[in-house]
Each structure stands twice: as C-alpha cells, then as structure tokens.
Design a protein around this ligand. Structure first.
Ligand code: BES
Ligand code: ZN
Length: 863
C-alpha cells in the first residue's frame, strides 16, 4: 500500500499520558500500555500493533471480551470513544526471535529497542505516529541476571519484584513520540563522567558497553562532551535532563539512534581507540555521537509531524554535525569529504529508479527513505539557506524555530517559515528544493571581452527528468566564485551593478538562463582572458557543474585557489579525466604529477589536505562521466593512474617512506603516508611493498589498515601474509574482524565469490549481524567492482541469492543492500540485462515490503 504526503490527517485523540510496563521473561515479554486518551474529533483512532499477541483490552478499567476487540490488520481501531478514556492493553512479543532488529530484540545477550520509524508497534499497542507526543512513565521488570534496566528520562525508583526479579521505574518529563522511546536490559559495564552546562547544571554521562569493553569508551565520552559544549556555543542549546545515557549494541540496522536521554549506538560507533580504530573511524565516532546528541533539539524537542518530513530533523542534524566536524578539524578537508559522499551516494540515487525529493511525496515502506537524498542533499539545502541568510541570520531563524515550536511536531514548511520570519525575508523560492528530485545541471560558459575588460558568465540550469516525476522548475542556486590570475594570485573584479571590486562573490542564479558580467579592477594590468574562474566555491550548491575550463586552468586552481575546497575539486576533475583517458589507452599524468609535487612541497598545507587531494574519485563518481560506463574497465584504469602517479611521484613516495616515523605521529601524517604508500605499491615499488608488509603489523590501526588497503589489489605475497597476520592478531576482536572481512571482500585479487562464501562461514561471521553482512557483501558491492560487475553477471547472481536469504531475517538490511543492483541506467545493455535478471529473481521470491518496494521500482523503471 502506498502512502501519500497529501493524505495527512491530524490525530483524532491526544494522549495525555502513557504508562508502560515491560515484563521480560526468557521466552516472551509481556507489555502493558495504559493511555489516557482525550478525543479531538470523532474520527477513528488507531493503536498500532504488529506481530503482537493481544491478551487483554480494557476501557476505563473494564475488560472487553475478546470477540469485541476492535482488531484490524494494523492494530486496534478505536471508535466512538467518550471525551476522556483510559485504554489499557496487555500483549506479548518475542524479542528472543526478533531478527528484523526493529522493536524489542536481543543483541549479544542484552535486550534493546529500535523504534524509529515504526518499531514501537512491535512492542505494544500505541498510536505509533510522530505527531502523537506524550510523557512516558515506564516500568521494566526482569531477572536479576540483568542488572541494568534502562529507559528514557529520570530514574524514579528501583526495587525487588520477587522470584529473583527486580524492577525499575522511569519517567521522562519531556513529551515525545513513540519512536523516541527506548529500553535496554542487560549485564553491562558503565563508563561514567559528567558535564556542567553553561547555566551550571550537572549532567551525568553514562556509556554502557558489553562487559570488558570499558577501555574503549574514552573517545566516545570526549566526543560527547565536545558536542555538548559546541551546541551551547554555536546554537545556545543546552541539554535538558540530568542524565544522558549511551548504550553500545552489536546488532543494529543503522549507525545510531537518538532516543530521548538514551541513545543507542551500533557498537562500531562507540568502541574505538587508536589500536582498534583508524583515524577516520575515530572521526566517524565523534561525528555520529555529535549527530545523535544534536537531535536532542533538532528532532526530539521539535520533531516531525509525519515521516514525509524526515529531512526536517535529519537534513538539519546532518548539517549541524557537518558544521561541528568542520569546527573540530579542518573545514576545507571536511567539506571535501562531505561532497565526496554526496557525489558517491546521493547523485547516483538522484538519477536512479529510487530517486525522490528530499521531502518525498509517497512511499510504500518508510524505512526505505532514510536515504542519502533525505540526509545529505537535505543537509545541502539547509546549508544553502544558512549561506543565504548568513551565520547570524541563520541563528536568528533557528532561535525562532525553537521558541515557536518547542514541544511540537512540525513540517519542513514550518522550519523554512521560521527562518524567513526571523529575517523578514521571502524564502519561498527555495521550496522547489524540497519538492523536486534530480540533481540540477549548471552550465557556465564565458564571454570574455578585452575591449571593456569584462567576463560575462552565462549560466544555464537544467533540471533532469527522474523516476520521481516531480516538477522541473528552475531552482535558486547560490554560486560563490572568484577569479585567479595566471600566476594563481586572486584577482579583484567588480560585478556589474556593484561599486566595489572583490576576490570572492556570491550570486543567486534563479532563472533557467542568466548572464552575470564582471569587470576587472583598474589596478589589474594583465589580459582578461588569462583569468581563471573559480566557480561554486565551497560547493555552494548541490549541482553538477558543467564549465568550460581548460586543463591548464584547472591546474591553476588546484595549485593556487584560496578556496581549499575548489583546489580539491579541481584535482577531482583532473583525476577523473585522467582515469577516463587511461580507460581509453590514452592516459598521461605528467602535468598532474608536477602539480602534486608542488602541493606536497608546500609547508603551508596540512598533511590531511595533501592526503585528501591525492584521493582518486571512486567508481560511483567516475561512471557518471561516461555512458555506457564499464565499471571493470574504470577500475583497471584507476589502478593504471595510481601506478603512473606512483611512478611519477617516486621521489615523494620514497621521501615520505624514509620519514615514516615522523608521519606516523599525527592523523594527517598517517593519512598522507598511507596515500603515498598506496601509490608506491600500485607502481610496483619494491620498497613500498615491503614497507606495507611490515606496516600491517603496526600497533596503530590507521597505519595497519592503511598498509593492508595499499596491498589490496596487488598480487604480492605481502597481501596474503598481511591479511593472515591481521586475522590472527584480531580474531577475538569482533569489531576489528569487520575490517578483515571488508578487506578480504574488496580485494580484486582475492575477493572471489568462493572466498566470500568462505568468509560467511568464518566463526567471526554472524548472519544475523548487519555489520558483518555489510562487511562482506556491502564491501564487495561498493569496493570490488572488478568482481561485482563481472561481465558474466556472476556477481549480480551471487548478491541476489544472498539478498533473498537475508530478506527473510532482516528486510531493512536487505532493501538497503539491494540499491546497487537498481543502478542499471549507467551500463551497457548486456550488464543491464544481467542486473534485471537478478532483480527478477528477487521479485519471484516474494520479498518483504521493504525489498519489494526497491525491486519493483527498479523493474518498473526498466520496463
Ligand atoms: N534517526 C537516525 C537513526 C535511524 C534511522 C534509526 C532510521 C533507524 C531507522 C539517526 O539519527 C541517524 O540518522 N543515524 C545515522 C548516522 C548519522 C550520523 C547520519 C545512521 O544510523 O546511519
Ligand atoms: Zn539522524
């Protein structure tokens, strides 16, 4: 059944308060819900319930006979209620056999919950929609074998429940929707710390982990405290309870979840130190801790009216966590990383059968809409709004948003209205970014006139057709830009209609076609046609830029632009062009290498930046540049470019390797060392291969994993011995073994289908653990193009077979992992036919609603 955004109806009841009793037993759990309901109108009111075994149903204390229960497919449909009623339900659920990991389930011996978006209905009967908010009181009872009985808010009471059982009573004073409910029952270790808010309140911070993992919680705790301070400073937002709890669980469908006062995390985003996690992993932990913490205001205090508004909280919170990361680290490097992710995940989605606007108009399964579009493109839209209003204007808007809507469930329109009203500005032009799918293409051409020393920029925007079939009106596109002289110095130009010349300009392109003219400053004595435009600085809008720059101009930007993002981006274009040239047998990287030599020698640049500018775009980005794309050939060409660069930069590689110890001291140094090591290995540099083999054994995980990655596509014995050594060293560390699975699966040399089958039989593999599935099958699809896209279709068949199997246990994970199979449009007819066949096999297996929606869309688009 398809749900439409336009069908929204406000709830017909208010829940004045909610009491839950959760009574956990070894082979079942009994859940009682007691709700004080007040009617708003006389439309029916649904208490959702799914896979529950109803035991009792009471109205104002009177038991209703079983044959009079208003049970429907989706739950209990209440009709004709008096103005105020106390409704009670008693039902049974089975966490012990829950492999979908939604609702209440068991993970590594502990009970935990995942309710967003619609998991609460698998726990007990309740109006499971985000616009029904209420204060929860929760009683949890379980065997004393589980010392921790955790829920949201404040602990009111604990006590004995007889029979070697105990209970805890929790009350959350903040009204919340059911999706933010959580409970955890287990025998856990707790890392405790505290934070004093800027108004002087003390907040206890607890991080619960499986026994024996306490020594891996330090980084998460520091990250939490940094996040709390940052939100106070940047947005004036303080935490609002006396206790903040985080629980790390090993079985989790996503990364982490912002349940009020009780965040639940995939253990891989909590447990980390320098010996078990890379610098990139540690950075990830920090940003995810921040993200979930920031939801306390953007998501929890102000939540979504309905799930079509998901980007209201997710796009905004991703924007906030990106700003946090930019402040904690280097802003230019962070921006490059965020845009890289957007291009690798969101752009492909926007041209795929599952394309949708950041605020979708319809869905079959809401779980399928936690997408790169809702998240990453949603964050880009907030970034454009924030840039348009300026930092202070955006802050004014946020302040008004919170003061107006605290405690409410609202829409994206409410958010934009608050920004507009606080700044007395009309933002209606931006609404198209919420309703239109597809990545706009922005073409920029130059008309240079030496007569009046001017450069006219001719902008043409086109909105592509997508599977979502949304309108294709021109959008407001902020374009930050500047000009460089031939020697790289910034040039001062005056925009037509303005009085002052500057080196950095911001335009808002609103029409399909616009021309903006710039005049050079009187002080400039060079030729206008020697100026290089630096367009879309900082990636000021999520568009595909089609410019007319020459290679020499791009090299100029790459070496000199004052905007670090555009230096990186110029390199991305040049690298992509080079890979494509190699794929046609015309590769050459001499000029690029000379430019890199200059960059590597520049003491003013951070190592982290040097490492990031050396990163060659991945297949998902490369394949958007040619049609039809051959991912296997692109992979080979990518390796060829790496080898050529490694050769051309052999002095730099050798110098860096000779200086390994110094580089090993900082995160930036390690990143750069790993990049150069990979180039050296790709070039067949015997010293580099030997060093990589040794570096695998380093105590620092960034160095160890970096060395293994460098060896991944090499035929050398070091790859085999390195993987073996890594395995033997970490076989008892489940999280680190995920890295081993990944690297095994990603190797174009060793990652054969037979090897993947072996990996899935390994004792560290758990078919019910999404991390492990992703580490083998996910890494294979994303990181082993040579075998996943193998010309004979064997990779597609293999994945289809496994998805059908996974879908029976965990539909959400299966649906998410099926996405690469739906991205057929880029390829030639042979590959398309093979992908189609794989999708048909899945469709014939009668997949879940989750997987069915994805597969049906892909098949419909190809029909
Ligand atoms: N609210 C989500 C978590 C979620 C979404 C759980 C859907 C279950 C279903 C959370 O805030 C989130 O967005 N988590 C991201 C990580 C984040 C850093 C972008 C995730 O889990 O991938
Ligand atoms: Zn989120």
């Amino acid at each position: 059944m398809v749900k439409l955004r336009s069908d929204y109806k406000a709830p017909s009841c208010v829940v004045e308060e909610a009491y839950l009793n959760i009574d956990i037993h070894q082979d079942h759990t009994v859940v009682t819900t007691r709700l004080v309901l007040c009617t708003v109108d006389d439309a029916p009111f649904m208490l959702n319930g799914r896979d529950l075994d109803l035991q009792a149903f009471r109205l104002d204390g009177f038991d209703i006979e079983k044959d009079k229960w208003p049970l429907t497919d989706g739950g209990l449909l209440l009709e004709g209620l008096p103005a105020k009623t106390i409704v009670e339900t008693v039902s049974i659920c089975h966490p012990e056999s829950n492999t979908a990991l939604e609702g209440l389930y068991l993970s590594g011996g502990m009970y935990c919950t995942q309710c967003e978006p619609e998991g609460f209905r698998r726990i007990g009967y309740f109006p499971d929609r985000p616009d029904v908010m209420t204060c929860f009181t929760v009683r949890i009872e379980a065997s004393r074998a589980f010392p921790q009985l955790l829920s949201n808010g404040n602990l009111l009471e604990t006590g004995d429940a007889g029979d070697d059982r105990h209970y805890a009573l929790w009350h959350d004073p903040h009204p919340k929707p059911s999706y933010l409910f959580a409970c955890v029952v287990g025998d856990l270790d707790c890392a405790a710390d505290s934070f004093t808010t800027r108004s002087g309140r003390n907040v206890d911070l607890h991080i619960y982990v499986e026994k024996g993992n306490l020594d891996l919680t330090g980084h998460a705790m520091e990250s939490l405290k940094k996040s709390m301070s940052w939100d106070e400073e940047r947005f004036g937002l303080e935490y609002d309870l006396d206790l903040f709890q985080i629980v790390a669980v090993s079985h989790f469908n996503m990364g982490a979840m912002e349940n009020k006062g009780l965040n639940i995390f995939n253990s891989k985003y909590v447990l980390a130190d320098k010996s078990t996690a890379t610098d990139a992993d540690l950075h990830n932990v920090e940003s995810i801790i921040a993200h979930e913490y920031f939801h306390n205001w953007t998501g929890n205090r102000v939540t979504c009216r309905d799930w079509f508004q998901l980007t209201l909280k997710e796009g905004l919170t991703v924007f906030r966590d990106q700003c946090f990361s930019a402040d904690m680290h280097d802003a230019g490097v962070q921006r490059a990383q965020d845009v890289s992710m957007l291009r690798a995940a969101q752009f492909p989605e926007d041209r795929s059968p599952t394309a949708h606007p950041i605020r979708p108009e319809s869905y079959r399964e809401i779980n399928n809409f936690y997408t790169a579009t809702v998240y990453e493109k949603g964050a880009e839209v907030i970034r454009m709004l924030s840039g348009y209003l300026g930092t202070d204007g955006f802050r004014r808007g946020m302040d008004l948003y919170f003061s107006r809507h605290d405690g409410q469930a609202v829409t994206c329109d409410d958010f934009v209205a608050a920004l507009a009203d606080a700044n007395e500005i009309d933002l209606s032009a931006f609404s198209g970014w919420y309703s239109q799918a597809g990545t706009p293409r922005l073409q920029v051409r130059r008309d240079v006139s030496s007569v009046d020393a001017s450069i006219a920029l001719i902008f043409t925007q086109t909105i592509p057709e997508t599977a979502a079939n949304t309108p294709r009106e021109p959008l407001p596109i902020p374009v930050r830009l500047g000009f460089l002289q031939a020697d790289g110095a910034p040039a001062m130009l005056r925009r037509d209609g303005e009085n002052e010349a500057r080196t950095d300009h911001v335009l808002l392109i609103e029409k399909a076609h616009e021309v903006v003219t710039f005049y050079v400053d009187g002080s400039f004595d060079g030729a206008v046609d020697e100026l290089t435009p630096s367009l879309l600085r900082g990636f000021s809008a999520p568009v595909i830029l089609d410019d007319d720059l020459t290679m020499v101009e791009r090299l100029n930007l790459m070496t000199h632009d004052e905007d670090l993002f555009n230096r990186w981006d110029a390199a991305q274009s040049l690298l992509a062009d080079a890979v494509i040239a190699y794929s046609r047998g015309q590769g050459d990287c001499d000029q690029l290498a000379r430019c890199y030599q200059q960059i590597l020698a520049d003491d003013n640049l951070l190592d982290q930046f040097k490492a990031s500018i050396l990163g060659i775009p991945g297949i998902a980005v490369l394949e958007s540049r040619i049609k039809p794309a051959d991912p296997v050939a692109l992979h080979d060409a990518r390796l060829a470019l790496q080898a050529a660069l490694g050769q051309a930069l052999c002095d730099e590689v050798d110098a860096c390797l000779a200086n390994q110890a110094t580089h090993a001291e900082t995160a930036g140094g390690r990143a750069l060392l790993n990049q150069l090591l990979a180039l050296g290995v790709a070039a067949g540099n015997a010293a580099a291969v030997k060093m990589a083999g040794a570096q695998v054994l380093d105590a620092n995980m960034s160095l160890s994993q970096g060395a293994l990655r460098a060896l991944m596509d090499s035929e050398s014995p070091e790859r085999v011995s390195g993987l073996k050594a890594f395995h033997d060293r970490w076989q008892d560390a489940p999280l680190v073994m995920e890295k081993w699975f990944q690297m095994e699966a990603m190797s174009s040399v060793g990652g054969t289908l037979e090897r993947l089958e072996e990996l899935m039989q390994h004792k560290a593999f758990d078919p019910n653990n999404p991390n492990k599935i992703r580490a083998v099958l996910g890494a294979f699809m994303a990181g082993n193009p040579a075998r996943f896209y193998a010309a004979d279709g064997s990779g597609f068949d293999f994945i289809a077979r496994h998805l059908i199997d996974i879908d029976k246990r965990n539909p959400q994970v299966a649906a998410r992992m099926a996405l690469p199979l739906t991205r057929m449009a880029a390829y030639d007819d042979g590959r398309k036919a093979q992908m189609l066949y794989a999708l048909q096999q899945i469709q014939a297996s009668k997949p879940s609603n989750d997987l069915g929606e994805v597969v049906d869309k892909a098949l419909a688009a190809s029909a």
